[in-house]
Design a protein around this ligand. Structure first.
Ligand SMILES: Nc1nc2c([nH]c(=O)n2[C@@H]2O[C@H](COP(=O)(O)OP(=O)(O)OP(=O)(O)O)[C@@H](O)[C@H]2O)c(=O)[nH]1
Ligand SMILES: [Mg+2]
Length: 311
């Protein structure tokens, strides 16, 4: 199958006002029949992906797409078919969803998606649909500064962050980590601990591997709800994908004052790199929240940042 052109499919992760996601069940006789899917279908000749998305969601579940943004692209080779799943998040629609083709249909909470059997290509789509579009990196050169930065991050309504404290004495680091975790729990923020933080037994939500730690892993570290990885090139992104990391952070995209010697990847290279892996990838380095639209259209999950969320 690897030689034939991929079938381009427009797929909608449709959310209702409560954040639930619409699933339908594929008819028994079809490709991957009997499994659950996000509604969508093949592009017709001369159709753009957003035109196909609009038509398919009207035909299959009777809704009219009002607003949609790119979520993730998946290139997958089934034994009998190669597909490019072009997945869009539908954030606003009109009409009431109904199963227009007699298929089973369910609105499902994101955390319950794992209770449903999907085609294997859908694994990173499910991860992407559970991730936010902003991933903050919390740092600081003193305990006071770390906690002040956390206040600012909380005010930006961030729901996930990486705790990366490098320069505090060990005893102070442990105290700050406990304070950050308690504060984040209170505000519903998930915390991933950077792998350079040599502290064990902290009740965090996940592990964020430095690129060095990533390359030293041959399998996904366990047990963590989330495993993320810092990447700078295709080799690292592929390694993150191969060990089954949940998502990656790719840097630096634009020049930054904090890393003046690092060669920025730029928009075009970033898009090309992200296109080559089936993995949610946050863009990091020199970006601001105003860049979100451009970042999403370049294929990224969203923006990761240190100063981006501190203004
Ligand atoms: N819609 C949809 N298709 C998916 C998903 N995951 C996945 O692997 N696919 C694959 O992508 C292709 C989508 O085609 P489809 O059967 O929905 O196409 P369609 O609506 O145009 O159907 P038709 O050919 O009967 O008109 C199938 O091979 C299907 O197995 C998913 O989550 N949603
Ligand atoms: Mg379909």
């Amino acid at each position: 199958m690897s030689g034939s052109a991929a079938v381009h499919v427009a797929v909608g992760v449709i959310r209702d006002g409560n954040g639930n996601i619409l699933l339908t069940q594929r008819a028994k006789h079809t490709h991957q029949g009997g499994l659950w899917e996000f509604p969508g279908g093949k592009l017709e000749a001369h159709e753009t992906v957003t035109q196909a998305l609009r038509r398919e969601l009207q035909e299959e579940v009777g809704i009219t797409v009002q607003t949609a943004k790119p979520l993730i692209k998946i290139n997958h080779c089934y034994p009998d078919l190669r597909v490019l799943l072009d997945v869009w998040q539908v954030t606003d629609f009109s009409g009431v969803a109904e199963a227009c083709e007699g298929q089973a249909m369910q609105w499902v909470e994101p955390r319950q998606l794992s209770d449903y059997a999907f085609p294997v290509a859908n694994v990173p789509i499910i991860t992407a649909s559970r991730l936010p579009d902003r991933y903050a990196i919390l740092e600081g050169s003193s305990a006071k500064q770390v906690l002040a930065n956390l206040e600012r991050i909380i005010n930006k309504r961030i729901t996930m962050l990486q705790l990366r404290i490098k320069s505090l004495p060990a005893a102070e680091t442990a105290a700050v980590c406990h304070a950050v975790l308690a504060n984040c729990r209170q505000h519903g923020i998930q915390v991933l601990l950077n792998s350079d933080l040599l502290l064990t037994g902290l009740p965090a939500d996940g592990l964020h591997l430095s690129s060095r730690a990533l390359l030293a892993c041959q399998t996904k570290p366990s047990p963590y709800r989330w495993v993320a990885a810092s990447c700078h090139n295709l080799q690292e992104l592929r390694h993150a994908e191969n060990i089954g990391a949940d998502f990656a952070v790719l840097a630096p995209i634009l020049p930054t004052a904090t890393h003046p010697d690092a060669q920025p990847l730029g928009w075009e290279t970033m898009a090309k790199l992200i296109d080559q892996v089936n993995l949610p990838v946050f863009a990091l380095g020199g970006l601001e929240l105003d860049d979100m639209d451009r970042v999403l259209h370049a294929g990224a999950q969203g923006i990761a940042g240190i100063s981006a969320f501190l203004s």
